[in-house]
Design a protein around this ligand. Structure first.
Ligand SMILES: CC(C)(COP(=O)(O)OP(=O)(O)OC[C@H]1O[C@@H](n2cnc3c(N)ncnc32)[C@H](O)[C@@H]1OP(=O)(O)O)[C@@H](O)C(=O)NCCC(=O)NCCS
Length: 202
């Protein structure tokens, strides 16, 4: 198994751009909307350049994309800091940049095959995505964001298990009435920037 731009090896697993979309036909993560997306809509999104679909499978003899336990798709996005409290911007070290928004990667959908639920695959995949974004150094990307289902279980998965935080929103947005909650993970938590002004490539 060789790492390249389309393939990232993370602690015994491979996060890789999906090559054969037919393996999505029988995908079942237990959520009808996400199943429908991966089975019927993912290819059109990919073909239109809207998302890139990644699969996640264990490294092993003869293991390939067909052995994927989970899928995630990613697209470019940004986080608007205009409504952030000043101290929050300072904590993030972003108050000294006069930009209204900062670059992020959006995890548009995440699904773990039902057979693998509760085994840590979703958490391992999120770790792989975070480290892939930090280590590949192809572009600036400060946050990983997701619009998570507004359910206790899903919010616990992202916020308690995977260190996501709520994106600060303007006060008149009432989240309890919404089906999803915007969450973010600050990739600076994983980034090591050399103090000698080097490139940061490690
Ligand atoms: C949510 C999901 C990605 C979690 O993946 P996973 O591999 O089961 O997650 P992990 O094993 O790393 O972590 C399990 C935790 O996720 C939480 N969780 C959230 N939804 C869950 C679900 N449908 N089934 C099992 N666990 C779920 C559990 O609370 C569990 O916490 P615990 O370990 O304290 O019991 C997966 O359950 C899934 O694909 N669900 C259907 C699609 C979905 O809801 N995607 C997220 C949309 S925002």
């Amino acid at each position: 198994m060789r790492e390249n731009l389309n393939s990232f090896i993370w602690k015994g697993w491979v996060l890789e751009k999906l090559e054969d979309f037919s393996i999505l036909e029988g995908f079942d993560c237990g959520d009808a909307e996400i199943n429908d997306y991966y089975r019927n809509l993912a290819y059109a999104h990919y073909a239109a350049g809207i998302t890139e679909i990644y699969c996640f499978y264990p490294i092993g003899d003869g293991c390939s994309q067909e052995d994927s336990a989970a899928f995630a798709d990613l697209c470019c996005s940004s986080i608007n800091l205009k409504v952030w409290p000043e101290e929050r911007k300072q904590e993030a070290g972003l108050d000294r940049f006069a930009y209204a928004s900062f670059p992020s990667m959006k995890l548009t959908r995440l699904g773990v095959d039902r057979e693998f639920h509760g085994l840590g695959v979703g958490t391992h995949l999120l770790d792989a995505v975070k480290n892939y974004l930090v280590q590949n150094h192809l572009f600036g990307c400060r946050f990983l964001q997701v619009d998570a289902y507004n359910t206790e279980k899903t919010l616990r998965f992202y916020c308690e298990k995977n260190q996501f935080q709520r994106v600060p929103l303007s006060k008149n947005i009432r989240l309890e009435e919404r089906p999803t909650v915007p969450l973010m993970f600050d990739l600076a938590l994983l980034r090591r920037v050399p103090s000698d002004g080097g490139t940061g490539i490690f």
